[in-house]
Design a binder for this molecule. Structure first.
Ligand SMILES: Nc1ncnc2c1ncn2[C@@H]1O[C@H](COP(=O)(O)OP(=O)(O)OP(=O)(O)O)[C@@H](O)[C@H]1O
Ligand SMILES: [Mg+2]
Length: 320
């Protein structure tokens, strides 16, 4: 039998379909995908997060190459895109997940540019027989887009084998394996708890292709985030206020329940409240636009963080 008559597998046929020196224009595929727009927007709108941005670029490159390979008939099966985002509260996990949905949509890996964000309560029922329908309903809603499961480890209670969470996990595992061309799952939460969760659920761990760890922000990054948030709301710090807010951050970062960018957002909300009250209390005859847009030092200084040196004792979330 001559070489040409040897039975070829479909993969071999595909490989031999085009000559090896077939030219490939990766640049134009990249341009056409307009993925650069999203990556630039990510750079502009999100402060810091360097390792995360690098990983996103890498994933985008992988997907683009995969698409070009497909166009040449090179089969590699749909890439596994399930991910895990670990990090402390307010480090940008939900925000980046939304951007990831945009990227995957732009590259044609999901049908809908949609992120369905859920927690254990959305997936697991209170009574026998309630969990499967709940989980399936969520999956139905998320199908074609991204399913984001926040604090995913609450699905698993190692001390209770009969916890309904296990049932939900089994269903998720099946869908993550069998419908991975139609649904991308992102699990999010604290790093240490997620690691324990994966130890108890090796099946889940093996289905996650990309682990992204979100670092805490530095005080400088938090200031940049604050300025970006203010700019979006058409406010700005006076030079003195910026210095005071930096001092505020240095103190707040050491306190309990510190939630990175989320704490910044909350602190700015309170500063705006104080600013509004100050403007009323001043009874100034000639209020200007500048007055309306400027956050002054005195809008930050009355914070408990400066007064008592700690946030409220009976609080569970970031309020101070
Ligand atoms: N790097 C960043 N640059 C600008 N804004 C940011 C950045 N990271 C987070 N934010 C803003 O901070 C807020 C909290 O971020 P996000 O909800 O994404 O954090 P998270 O990690 O999901 O928090 P949690 O664990 O509490 O759910 C959002 O308003 C988001 O826009
Ligand atoms: Mg979140």
């Amino acid at each position: 039998m001559s070489e040409a008559e040897v039975e070829q597998t479909p993969e071999e046929k595909a490989l031999s379909g085009l000559p090896d020196d077939t030219p490939v224009d990766l640049e134009s595929v990249f341009r056409d995908s307009q993925i650069q727009d999203i990556l630039d927007k990510l750079d502009r709108e999100l402060v810091g997060l360097k390792p995360i941005k690098t990983r996103i670029r890498e994933i985008a490159a992988l997907l683009l190459v995969d698409r070009v390979r497909n166009s040449l008939g090179l089969m590699s099966g749909p890439p596994s895109l399930h991910m895990c985002f670990t990090g402390n509260p307010g480090t940008g996990k939900t925000t980046v997940a939304m951007r990831m949905a945009e990227i995957l949509h732009r590259l044609g890996y999901i049908r809908k540019c949609n992120l369905a964000a859920v927690t254990r309560d959305d997936l697991v029922g209170q009574y026998i027989g309630h969990t499967a329908p709940k989980t399936k309903e969520v999956l139905k809603r998320a199908m074609g887009g991204v399913l984001f499961i926040d604090e995913a480890y609450y699905l698993y209670r190692s001390e209770n084998e009969r916890d309904y969470g296990q049932e939900s996990i089994e269903i998720l595992l099946q869908v993550m394996e069998n419908q991975r061309e139609d649904l991308v799952v992102i699990l999010a939460g604290y790093k240490d708890r997620m690691e324990t969760f994966f130890q108890g659920n090796p099946g889940m761990s093996s289905r996650i292709a990309h682990h992204l760890d979100f670092p805490n922000y530095t005080a400088e990054e938090l200031i940049a985030i604050a300025k970006l948030m203010l700019e979006k709301q058409q406010y700005r710090f006076s030079p003195e206020a910026e210095k005071v807010f930096y001092q505020y951050l240095l103190k707040r970062m050491q306190m309990p329940n510190f939630a990175n960018a989320r704490s910044v957002r909350n602190a700015l909300d309170r500063a705006r409240l104080r600013q509004a009250n100050r403007l009323f209390a001043q009874h100034k005859d000639t209020l200007t636009k500048k007055d309306l847009v400027t956050i002054e030092a005195e809008d930050i200084l009355p914070s408990r963080v400066f007064r008592d040196g700690q946030p409220d004792s009976n609080q569970t979330t970031d309020r101070e």
